[in-house]
Write a protein that binds this ligand. Sequence first.
Ligand SMILES: Nc1ncnc2c1ncn2[C@@H]1O[C@H](COP(=O)(O)OP(=O)(O)O)[C@@H](O)[C@H]1O
Ligand SMILES: [Mg+2]
Length: 339
Amino acid sequence: MPDGPAPVLEAVLDVRDLKTVFKTRSGEVHAVNDVSFDVRPGELLGVVGESGSGKSVTMMSLIGLLPSPPADIRGGQVLLDGLDLLQADADTLRRVRGGRIGFIFQDPMTSLNPVFNVGYQIMEPLRTHMGMTKAQARLRAAELLELVGIPDANRRLKDYPHQFSGGMRQRVMIAIALACDPQVLIADEPTTALDVTIQAQILELVKELREKLGMAIIWITHDLGVIAGIADRVMVMYGGQVVEQAPTRELFNNPQHPYTRALLQTIPSVRGERPEKLNVIEGQPPILGAAPTACPFRARCGYRFDRCDTENPSRISAGNGHDAACFYDFDAGGPRNAG
Ligand SMILES: Nc1ncnc2c1ncn2[C@@H]1O[C@H](COP(=O)(O)OP(=O)(O)O)[C@@H](O)[C@H]1O
Ligand SMILES: [Mg+2]
């Protein structure tokens, strides 16, 4: 084999200009505004942004989990290996969910069904998506519990969700999400409700599983500190938009959006402060309403100038696979030329 650069893998999931609007009695809420991103096999993409920035609505839009009404997906493409999920029928979407795309949600107590034992809940997708017999599914379910580090897996299949601790329930959720060998795993703040030690264990487990199974992972959190240790690439969301995206080290070393810079200031390890002295970003997040015609961060931004009030910046490449939606040029130390 000739020497050369490692082959760049094609994106397994490619989201382009996704636009999701809620129709409410007091008018339209533009929750996701032209969001574009992709993720490649084996890659871990971290998604950060404070509460209400559109992280969950983006991910739920992808796989048709938002009830319509009130949600209306106004535009975009969601290509899973070339198949546009926004054009797919309900049957196809059902097969994709829990099949080719796995999901983990924040609260495993509400996501697990309390009336069925966990064995049943892991076996169910194996039987419906993979056509396994009961015996095959039971064998695989035990393997999966073992894979996610639950001791005495075979016996624990008969236990109900309440018989597991919070961290163990989260592991069961991961086992369910992994059951059908997904190409993409979407984890929406899966460790937020857990204590720090358990969080660290779950993160370690996910890193291990990614190496073992080679799937793409989208890891959503409001905590940039969590991302630092696990993500290959980070996408920062604000006001329903992607404001910055870069390989992790590049983002931490060379942030190009004022919001990302502010977020980095809030990480205790970066500032060398104790967590109780944690900084918060001054000002309020934007109230989402009509389609944005100006920069969503302008009200909280120390670099704001005239143009920010009349135009919404699109993402500008900063090289190194890095882009940011900002009219201020941090390298030049001044506003960019209009154009
Ligand atoms: N059912 C709904 N009706 C109207 N607006 C909604 C609804 N669900 C979500 N939103 C809007 O979408 C925004 C983004 O929400 P979400 O994606 O859950 O944020 P995040 O996951 O980043 O915390 C919210 O700020 C809210 O304005
Ligand atoms: Mg959310």
